[in-house]
Design a protein around this ligand. Structure first.
Ligand code: PMT
Length: 408
């Protein structure tokens, strides 16, 4: 395993029985050559002593916000600025909720709020707490910022006596996730990638539009992952309510397919890859009414449509020398994987792209608006990669793992 040499890692330990495993994780990270600063919440001290973690990390443990002696040694803002990665292990339901609310009422949440570094969460809690929609919504909020990612939890017998998901991953698995993160950090350095996300809204009149249920989460996750790996990203976003992920990301907001086409064509000209996750409307109203249509103005007006340009097919037809790499997403309501892949292959050929993700959007747990996705990544050279169901961020990471080596 290649070591995260001289990397500055903050290990956040929150209150839960799995806190005892933080000692082993701290030891493993130090063994890998990382400089580890431990920050404990007050609740964590009920499960493991600061002295244990101080001895293993070789540094005084951060315990209190606004403590004069601790601030003199390394202030919370300096810690937030200098850290390259925060690992919260275990990440309790309470800590996840407070981070999601943007609270900073202890040293750990203050450092998490103040840092620009990525945050790896290793959740650990009772299965009912884990499955509670409030916990899942809090976690989704963090993941959608593009700055947080998770390892685990595992399923099995829990300390509380229940059996199910909620067990913290073993320290070695968390260490592996950290090492993998650092190994990938510069993989896309010097590359410019264009990613489209969200729906397009095609105006019917001054207040109404034709749109779809794309939330933008898939495209934003791909953008966050690319930026995390060192790419310069142009994110062409339809009307969505997501924050721009941190990193070197230029966001261009558009409403319609024609606006998206103009933005993509311009950005693609000097790019290495274009990934189209946007659900572009195939049709738009022929003539949008200038005011607000009203039933008082007479009989129901007909809605005549005209075709929008196919942005991806346009790029496929006009590029030369295989640059940029073109990747599409095929959204189909087809639960049979073979039929789904056959349809996606057909789209890839029609649009002359290099790869396409076959996406069954008929399943509400994946696809439009959901927190997770699943499918297959198909390449024009015949390679097929199965992408199992995972958070959109983990799905994005898997997609990039297979694209990195194919960039021109
Ligand atoms: O945004 P989320 O809520 O996270 O949902 C993600 C998603 C389900 C929207 C995404 O994973 C997805 O499947 N995106 C593709 C949506 C789509 O429009 O699929 P399509 O099969 O109609 O189009 C195939 C490809 O052509 C797509 O890459 C699309 O961006 C592109 N296209 C389509 C029409 C058009 N006029 N121009 C295009 O470039």
């Amino acid at each position: 395993m290649s070591a995260p040499r001289a990397k500055r890692i903050t290990l956040g330990v929150t209150g839960g029985i799995a806190a005892y495993k933080a000692a082993e994780l701290c030891r493993l990270l130090v063994k890998e050559g990382a400089e580890v600063r431990v920050v404990m919440t007050p609740a964590a001290e009920s499960f493991i002593t600061p002295l244990t973690l101080q001895t293993l990390s070789g540094h005084k443990v951060g315990r209190t916000l606004l403590d004069a002696s601790e601030e003199a040694e390394i202030g919370h803002i300096r810690l937030a600025d200098e850290t390259e990665l925060i690992v919260v292990a275990p990440a309790s339901a309470d800590a996840i909720a407070r981070m999601a609310a943007g609270m900073a009422n202890d040293l750990l949440t203050a450092v998490v709020l103040a840092t620009r570094a990525p945050v790896l969460l290793a959740p650990a809690m009772n299965v009912n707490m884990w499955e509670n929609p409030l916990t899942q919504a809090n976690l989704a909020r963090l993941l959608n910022t593009g700055r947080f990612f998770t390892v685990g939890p595992d399923a099995g017998a829990l300390a509380c006596g229940w059996i199910g998901a909620g067990r913290m991953m073993e320290p070695a698995a968390i260490r592996d996730a950290v090492v993998e993160r650092f190994a990938r950090a510069g993989e896309l350095a010097g590359k410019h990638v264009v990613i489209t996300a969200g729906p397009t809204f095609e105006p019917v009149d001054a207040v109404r539009f034709l749109g779809n249920r794309s939330s933008g989460k898939m495209g934003f996750a791909l953008a966050a992952e690319a930026a995390e790996r060192g790419a310069h990203v142009t994110l062409v976003a339809g009307p969505v309510s997501l924050p721009t992920p941190s990193g070197d990301i230029d966001r261009i907001n558009v409403q319609t397919a024609l606006q998206m086409q103009a933005a993509v064509q311009q950005a693609a000209a000097n790019s290495d890859a274009v990934i189209m996750t946007a659900a572009v409307a195939d049709f738009r109203p022929l003539d949008a009414a200038s005011g607000k249509l009203s039933r008082r103005e007479g009989p129901t007006p007909p809605l005549a449509l005209t075709a929008n340009p196919d942005i991806l097919a346009g790029l496929g037809a006009s590029r030369t020398g295989g640059r940029p790499l073109l990747v599409g997403f095929a959204a189909e309501v087809l639960s049979d994987p073979l039929a789904l892949q056959a349809r996606a292959l057909q789209k890839m050929a029609e649009k002359r792209c290099d790869a396409i993700v076959a996406n069954d959007v008929g399943d509400p747990s994946i696809g439009f608006g959901s927190e997770e996705n699943a499918g297959a990544l198909l390449f024009a050279d015949g390679a097929v990669v199965d992408l199992p169901q995972a958070s959109k961020r983990a799905f994005a990471s898997a997609v990039w793992n297979h694209l990195v080596g194919r960039l021109p």
